[in-house]
Design a protein around this ligand. Structure first.
Ligand SMILES: [Zn+2]
Length: 336
């Protein structure tokens, strides 16, 4: 069990930091004034942010992994900026001993080298762990009882390659950039009190929106949806009622899919926000939380339909099924 324990503790570190960093970041939004943020130069800020977060030995680095990967990420950041024009944010890389994290803070996205390596090597980590130990559970989150069935990820892990890893890295970057776009636009507008899950699910939605538009829409949903395997894997909860989290795997999948569907239109961040939550909350989370019968009844009222974008209307049942876990991995990847 030794190897399994090492991997388990490693991943717990990863998952906690991945979520806590974002958590810290967004909460800071409420306490810092815009003027304070603009006074300080970004570069010295970034270095001190990293040290503050991960300790004195943590440092900014110019290159992540190697030249090729560094260029890939900077290009990706440019592509994201094109889709979300005029919004554009610096991307900085860092190294910190045992910390696996990517997060948005101040006006920059921070991407840790360890986290980057983890995504690149995810396939090996899962297959080796599964083949050697065959545990039913990979992770038990502290106090959250999150359980992961390795078998569920094994087939995808076996076929893991650089192209897939890059698509996931791209989605993660888009998710982090979205947090900065949210900050600039005071989104989510519905968020009258701080609810982390709203920020996170909307950022997943923005990531889906971006992936549809990336490279002029060259990617298929099948390629894009691979991101959600990883987002689900690093999801922080199995409890659909937990609002202090990134959301459950199903909640994240529905958000990402909805963002992808909204990518059929060209939307400003505020327009995206309105449409995203109109569908996600009022339909999936609110009115339709009980039974699909209830869903049909509500969806058939004219008043209700008028607020839903017409091209989303015939996808409502699909979104509802994803949200309630009725769509398996393969079915999810084979959606049109
Ligand atoms: Zn986030």
């Amino acid at each position: 069990m030794k190897q399994f324990n090492i991997i388990t503790s490693l991943l717990i570190t990863l998952l906690l930091l991945y979520s806590c960093s974002e958590d810290t970041n967004i909460k800071e939004k409420e306490s810092s004034t815009k003027e304070q943020l603009e006074e300080e130069p970004i570069n010295s800020d970034s270095a001190s942010i990293i040290k503050l977060e991960f300790g004195a030995s943590a440092e900014l680095i110019d290159e992540i992994i190697n030249k090729e990967e560094t260029t890939f990420m900077h290009n990706e950041n440019k592509k994201i900026a094109q889709v979300f024009s005029p919004y554009s944010f610096p991307l900085v890389f860092f190294k910190a001993n045992e910390s696996y994290a990517a997060f948005a803070e101040r006006d920059s996205v921070f991407f840790g080298e360890k986290f980057y390596k983890f995504i690149s090597n995810w396939g090996n980590i899962i297959t080796e762990s599964y083949e050697n130990q065959k545990p039913n559970t990979l992770l038990d989150f502290i106090g959250k009882s999150r359980k992961l069935d390795l078998k569920k990820y094994y087939d995808i892990a076996k076929k893991w390659d650089n192209e897939k890893a890059h698509l996931v890295l791209s989605s993660i970057l888009a998710h982090e950039v979205s947090h900065l776009i949210q900050r600039k636009n005071n989104l989510p507008t519905k968020n009258k009190r701080y609810i982390q899950r709203d920020f996170e699910l909307e950022a997943d939605g923005f990531a889906g929106y971006y992936m549809r538009k990336r490279d002029n829409g060259n990617l298929t949903w099948k390629q894009i949806s691979i991101s959600m395997v990883l987002f689900g894997f690093i999801s922080t909860t199995d409890n659909p009622e937990n609002t202090e989290s990134h959301g459950t795997e199903n909640q994240r999948r529905a958000a990402f899919r909805l963002g992808y569907l909204l990518g059929e239109e060209n939307l400003t961040p505020k327009e995206f926000d309105t449409k995203f939550f109109e569908v996600y909350d009022n339909v999936l989370n609110g009115h339709y939380s009980n039974t699909s019968k209830h869903f049909s009844k509500k969806a058939n009222t004219t008043e209700f339909k008028s607020n839903i974008p017409p091209h989303i209307l015939n996808k409502m049942n699909e979104l509802y099924k994803i949200y309630t876990g009725q769509v398996g991995d393969k079915e999810y990847q084979n959606l049109k």
